[in-house]
Design a protein. Sequence first.
Length: 318
Amino acid sequence: MASSRLHFGLLSFGQCQRRQFGGVGVMIQQPTCKLYFTSSSSFDVAGKLSNRVLAFVHHWTQWHGHSELPLCRIEVESVAREHVGLGVGTQLGLSVASGLNRLSGRSEVPITELVQSVGRGARSAVGSYGFLSGGLIVDAGKTDTEQISPLEARLPVPASWRWVLICPQQGSGLSGESEGQAFEQLPPVSEAVSERLKSEIQEEILPAVREHQFERFAQAVFRFGERAGSCFATVQGGSYHGQELIRRVDWLRSLGIEGVGQSSWGPTLFALFEDESAAESFVTYAQQDPMGESLEYQIASTDNSGARFFEGLSIEGE
């Protein structure tokens, strides 16, 4: 079972002479991506997002040079909504690749091979490294010659901290072809902005996690997300994806919540709390507030361990 990924923002794009993309994010235990793999006399796939699973299986099969699909049954028991900013594609794809590798007798596969075998890692590598180890992930960005961005830092997040996911019941962020077109329209991120984002990570976000300084971390994550999001303003309409999300961020901040941000293209927002009790109190209040009553809420803890594999070839993560 694999986890979900929150992405706080990218470091750079549009400047070919520098590393591209990069960024920082965290793995969260909820929602989960849970798959079962069993040997079979023929190939079969069942459950949620079966078409995406089938596409990943075909990609894995062709990448390994096999002429036929693997003799197994794959069942997806649970998975988050697609295209809401939780990194479902990467977690599902790497889960498929890992399960098929294990059925083939290969439990230890380099991350570059794992990612390439299902066609992931084109931009951010936060979810890829997070799949392996969980925690807070910083990826350095990639050059034209690299298949995946190098891992710059990985830290465990204090177990008591909680992330409240806030998402409209309908709607989605950009993905696939529309995402690619958006990047073509965006102006390059200036070197000065990239350096400020890197400094925020190195001087505030990472030290705050190491030293378990909740308020410092929450404030730094908000600043980072605002600045990184502003680089997408020509497509999003601001630091967040649309006026409705901008209003929701303002609402959350007006309640005194410091650690607020948009994950990837949204529409999922997150709010950070110091413990379970504080998160539960917020959700109870928000569900009765006119600004928040029509939204979906989920309290998530940080996944500090990465995807888990159990006998019988189910892939688990909390």
